[in-house]
Design a protein around this ligand. Structure first.
Ligand SMILES: [Zn+2]
Ligand SMILES: [Zn+2]
Length: 452
């Protein structure tokens, strides 16, 4: 069977030859947290040395990075690239360019496209597009059920043979427990993680925001936390019974964290992700009735937000995912209750978490960096490391640089970002993904010497 690392696809670029001087390198996995020079030759980290100890070979560019941080490249296990079928919202090229602009060096795309990625021929065509367009490596999750309808399973083994990284019906839950159980049994043959969007549609009803005091005051139908947490508990039990490997997507509430913690304490093979918006914002924002704050699962209460932060710190929640969900302005700029759910997030994830959690002292920087890279591990992909011999998957970030989100537009094709208009701190200047320059901030382009 194909190793999972071979299930990532991108456009081949020119391997980078760059000397980064004096950067503060922070990599929790290699225990680096100090200034270093980094020499990148032919797309790989060739040398790491004391500041001022390395010199640029002929033909290599030098980037003076004194005062700038270097992190291992972020990995996003949950993005919507809207291809095929909804390229007016995003496509593989714009979505992966937005990823690179946010410091991400790999992303995992969801299958709720039009048509749904539920067939090997669609996957083969997406892989072909990714090898022409993807600015950073992208992996594809195929659907668990045909057309996300929740009844008939897809040809999971065939989809894995064609290159699927795993499976999800994201956007929708697998409501029928018997169907999910069968999928977990097929996982033994097909391999691949099964990722779950946990929601009980009967409990969610036509809710448009978190059910609580704010929804009651606004008179908007609510989605109770129970809608998510009861499904997390059910599916953790199913995973335990079938000894399956399950990943919970975008957990949003304290009750889900408790169910997850319980499952992990029993040794059940579950992992989970949380999104920057759930970690930094609450349903209080919905009082603006700005549809940028409408997502699924919804922004919840402050106690939920705090529980997510605590679970992220302890590792009960394994990693951060953006759930980057682009929508066109004409779709979002309608009354709150009618607007589609979702926020973009690739370009703002790090800055939002740094500004809202690290600067106020709620979470440590090295924890953020670890959890923003850990998404690779749960899909069996190599986690980016700042280490000699590794392919260059890293980003340069100016932690002192403040900017207004959206003031210079977005790299993403869509602008439905929940942080739009906010001033945040921590700007990505340069991203190297799979050994090539995937993003370079205009400020760095101006400062950089001409490369021969
Ligand atoms: Zn979802
Ligand atoms: Zn999603």
């Amino acid at each position: 069977m194909t190793p999972d690392a071979k299930r990532m696809f991108h456009r081949e670029g020119r391997p980078a030859d760059i000397l980064i001087t004096g950067a503060h390198v922070l990599d929790p996995r290699t225990n680096l947290d100090e200034p270093h020079d980094i020499l990148i030759r032919d797309g790989h980290i060739a040398e790491l040395g004391e500041p001022g100890s390395l010199s640029a070979p002929a033909g290599a560019e030098t980037v003076d990075a004194a005062g700038i941080h270097v992190f291992p490249g972020f990995v996003d296990p949950h993005v919507h690239l809207r291809t095929p079928g909804q390229e007016y919202k995003e496509n593989i090229e714009t979505g992966t360019a937005a990823a690179a602009a946010g410091g991400f060096t790999a992303v995992v795309a969801m299958p709720n496209t039009d048509p749904v990625l539920d067939d090997a021929s669609i996957l083969r065509s997406l892989i072909e597009t990714a090898t022409r367009q993807a600015q950073v490596p992208v992996g594809f999750l195929a659907a668990i059920t045909r057309n996300l309808k929740g009844d008939e399973l897809t040809e999971m083994a065939e989809l894995r043979d064609a290159g699927a990284l795993g499976f999800t019906d994201d956007g929708k839950p697998v409501v029928d427990a018997g169907t999910l159980r069968k999928a977990l049994q097929y996982q033994r043959l097909a391999g691949g993680v099964i990722a779950l969007h946990e929601e009980d549609p009967d409990l969610s009803g036509d809710g448009a925001m978190h059910e609580g005091a704010t929804s009651a005051r606004l008179g908007i139908a609510g989605i109770p936390s129970l809608s998510e947490s009861t499904m997390v508990a059910r599916d953790a039990a199913l995973a335990g019974y079938e000894d399956a490997r399950v990943h919970f997507q975008h957990l949003s509430c304290v009750e889900s964290v408790e169910a997850l913690e319980h499952a992990k304490s029993k040794g059940i093979r579950v992992t989970a992700e949380a999104c920057p918006h759930h970690l930094t914002l609450t349903d209080d924002m919905v009082r603006t009735l700005d549809s940028r704050f409408k997502m699924n699962p919804p922004l919840r209460g402050e106690n939920d937000r705090r529980a997510l932060v605590a679970a992220l710190r302890s590792g009960v929640i394994d990693c951060i995912a953006t759930d980057h969900a682009p929508h066109a302005s004409h779709e979002k700029e309608v009354p709150f209750e009618q607007a589609p759910m979702g926020t973009t997030g690739l370009e703002t994830a790090f800055a939002a978490l740094f500004t809202e959690l690290v600067l106020p002292g709620e979470l440590e920087l090295d924890v953020i960096v670890h959890r923003m890279t850990e998404g690779a591990a749960l899909y069996g992909l190599p986690v980016p490391r700042i280490e000699r011999g590794q392919p260059a998957n890293l980003c340069l970030v100016d932690l002192a640089a403040r900017f207004e989100v959206g003031a210079d537009g977005y790299v993403s094709r869509s602008s439905n970002c929940c942080y739009h208009g906010r001033t945040v701190q921590g700007k990505v200047l340069l991203t190297l993904a799979a050994g090539t320059v995937a993003f370079r901030a205009p400020i760095l382009t101006a400062a950089a010497p001409a490369v021969s």
